[in-house]
Design a protein around this ligand. Structure first.
Ligand code: GCW
Length: 689
């Protein structure tokens, strides 16, 4: 042990690698060079901007930079202009974003030229599914940074420090809003004691340009207000919300507004009173309107009775198009079902032409391996944002339908379900930080590539912890052994996860409740069918897949031509979405010339092989990465590989009970038995509970 420690110390001193615990995210300490910063203004935000420049400056030593507020028509909202010796913006937050951009460019070795940068969306929010008792729904990085069970109202210096670090990280990537509590909202969030805490949080976030928002429970007037009803058309209810809004804005003048999950998965909503989503949303919109607040109303709705869950949000919301007040934005998950590893884009996007729509992405990896799997989600979001809806002719991409380019809308917005918790490294997995980072970067600029995002993130997160030129971001060694292969790994990682979990348009075949491992067999007798995997994969001896063609559920018709016809025909439907739209025979001939069955097996196998390659890449990067983070990630990659093998074995063996076809010779043979996998899974999940 002693010799081991000595050699470790020696190695570290040779390579100048310092211990790191991931807490600093992509904002690691730098050996800054001297710089002078001028600004005519003085404010907490400007003080932060100055301090960031002074502690992070890697440009010319002794340079002078001026921060200038200047009306400039080329700049929208919090956009900024970088000049040789100055940053200009319309607002002080614009200046702050400009500072972070300049520092990012310096740190990642990019050429610094005069440039203008405007945000794609006005509102760039994180949604925290944090419960008031400190737990986080679908959170895999510890407890909430905002709420806790014991002494729930006490605000400590530690709390404030965390919130400040959190706000800084958000500002550095352009995120300007945080919904502080779970969409499955406790009515208690609107009680005076909790609102006091919200005020304290908002005060810490404010100088960083991050506004606080809250999720509300639609029954609040009844549950905490003592009213007999929460009917949105009842005058007492209307008044209750108006008074509540006044109270909140009295405490937090720049409060952002409310996020609402209504009539979804058991949450109350206007339909409980025979009213529509528009009735409910409009009533709340009126309450916050005098203060400049907005309502983000979610379209995540589905009922057990419908034959195809994928169609429901569209069916419910499109008829309401044009009925919403202009401070309402409909928040739509990127796919029609639920954050699966791969879905087509939600057909609601672009279809609501007189109502602003925003996309909701899930940063926390509920269906993508939690904080155990390395999956860079940027490519998934890029795929969605660049999907063409054809709604207003070719080029009506999801990005352009939501950012105000295609439709004239008062507000534009985007949301990401946060993966942040109290874990030292914030996100559980060091690479999960890249998803927080990527969400912010795409929210600021929805046409930036995942390649560029990964490049920036790797350099800021792993490079520079060394005095040796070859071990830095500019060194050839570092580029060859870290930057290039790690970037490849990140860019391939989402497709790898799709391959070993749900290839060819499979969806919702994970284990119940915790949504981590495989569970295509799961379907207790009395369970709601649309909560069980067999509803989604529809495997039988004839074939597999959900028939959403015109002869099936006809979900294809919710897409605008040419997409409807393209999806409807298996020969033109992208193979990546084949089983999403089609039920096909096991012997169906794929583009490869092989059977569907053979290709399914091969994809699962390919997913496993890809993760094995990731392990090699990461092992190869060892000399360049501080050992604490290297080891932690290496360990997680081992788990991921073991898990990928389990997914592959479970799915191939389970579907084989229907196909009755042999596993192709070139596919690695299962090392698990199906009955054992199922038995273990059942023990773990206590059947019937
Ligand atoms: O994906 C599902 C999750 C729920 C979540 C819900 C939603 C917050 O399993 O945990 O609830 O979506 O988005 O409302």
């Amino acid at each position: 042990m002693k010799t081991f420690l000595c050699s470790l110390l020696l190695l570290c001193s040779v390579l100048h690698i310092q211990a790191e615990d991931g807490h600093q995210l992509w904002l690691r300490n730098k050996k800054a060079l001297p710089v002078t910063v001028n600004c005519a203004l003085n404010s907490p935000t400007i003080a932060i901007a100055k301090q960031e420049l002074i502690q992070g400056w890697l440009g010319k030593a002794g340079a002078t930079i001026s921060l200038v507020i200047k009306k400039d028509k080329a700049l929208k909202k919090d956009g900024f202009r970088l000049l040789n010796n100055a940053i200009e913006a319309n607002t002080e937050f614009g200046l702050l974003y400009g500072v972070y951009e300049l520092l990012r460019k310096q740190q990642t070795g990019q050429l610094i030229q005069e440039m203008v940068s405007n945000p794609s969306y006005d509102i760039r929010t994180l949604n925290h599914w944090d419960n008031l008792n400190g737990t986080i729904e679908r959170g895999y990085a510890g407890f909430s940074i905002f709420w806790r069970r014991d002494n729930p109202y006490e605000v400590t210096e530690n709390d404030k420090k965390r919130w400040q670090e959190y706000a800084r990280a958000n500002a550095s990537i352009g995120i300007n809003g945080a919904v502080l509590n779970n969409v499955n909202a406790s009515p208690n969030i609107l009680n005076a004691d909790y609102l006091k805490r919200v005020k304290a949080i908002a005060e810490v976030l404010r100088p960083y340009g991050v506004k606080a928002y809250l999720s509300i429970n639609f029954s609040s007037p009844k549950v905490i207000g003592g009213l007999p009803t929460s009917d949105p058309l009842d005058p007492a209810v209307i008044n209750w919300w108006k008074e509540k809004a006044k109270e909140i804005y009295g405490l937090i003048p720049d409060f952002g507004g409310f996020l609402v999950k209504a009539n979804s998965e058991g949450q109350p909503g206007p339909q409980d009173f025979g009213r529509t989503h528009a009735d409910g949303a409009n009533m709340l919109a009126d309450a916050v309107q005098p203060f400049g607040g907005i309502i983000m109303w979610r379209a995540f709705v589905y009922s057990p009775n419908d034959k195809d869950r994928a169609k429901q949000a569209y069916n419910e919301f499109v008829p309401l198009d044009g009925k919403f007040k202009d401070n309402i934005i409909i928040q739509v998950k990127n796919g029609p079902i639920d954050f699966m590893p791969r879905e087509p884009f939600s057909p609601l996007i672009g279809a609501m032409k007189r109502t602003p729509v925003m996309t909701e992405f899930q940063i926390t990896q509920e269906y993508l391996g939690h904080s155990k799997h390395l999956v860079f989600l940027s490519t998934m979001w890029e795929e969605c944002l660049q999907s063409d809806t054809y709604q207003e002719g070719p080029g009506s991409t999801v990005a352009r339908c939501t950012d105000g380019t295609v439709f004239n809308q008062k507000y534009t917005a985007i949301a990401g379900v946060s993966n942040v918790g109290l874990d030292t490294n914030w996100c559980g997995h060091d690479f999960a930080q890249s998803n927080w980072y990527a969400f912010g970067r795409l929210a600021w600029n929805n046409s930036i590539t995942s390649e560029a995002i990964a490049d920036e993130w790797i350099k800021q997160t792993f490079a520079g912890n060394s005095d040796q030129p070859s071990k830095t971001v500019h060194g050839i060694d570092w580029t060859e052994n870290v930057l290039v292969p790690v970037k490849r790994m990140m860019l391939d990682s989402r497709e790898a996860a799709v391959n070993y979990m749900m290839p060819y348009g499979f969806h919702h075949i994970m284990s119940a409740n915790e949504h981590y491992g495989p569970g295509p067999w799961w379907g207790p007798a009395r369970m709601r069918a649309d909560w069980t995997p067999p509803y989604y994969h529809q495997a039988d001896s004839n074939g597999v897949g959900f028939n959403r063609t015109k002869m099936g559920s006809d979900a294809v018709s919710q897409y605008k031509e040419p997409l409807a016809s393209m999806f409807n025909d298996p020969s033109t439907c992208p193979e990546t979405l084949l089983l999403w739209f089609h039920h096909l025979p096991w012997t169906y001939k794929m583009k490869s010339g092989r059977t569907l069955w053979d290709d399914i097996c091969t994809k699962y196998d390919q997913g496993v092989k890809q993760v094995r390659v990731f392990q090699k890449i990461w092992d190869g990067a060892a000399p360049y990465i501080d050992s604490a983070r290297h080891k932690a990630i290496q360990r997680k990659l081992r788990t991921q590989t073991a898990n990928a093998v389990l997914w592959k074995d479970a799915c191939i063996l389970y579907f084989q009970t229907f196909s009755r076809m042999p596993i192709p010779m070139d596919v690695e043979k299962p090392i698990h038995n199906l009955d054992e996998i199922i038995a273990n899974d059942m023990v773990r999940r206590r059947p019937g509970s």
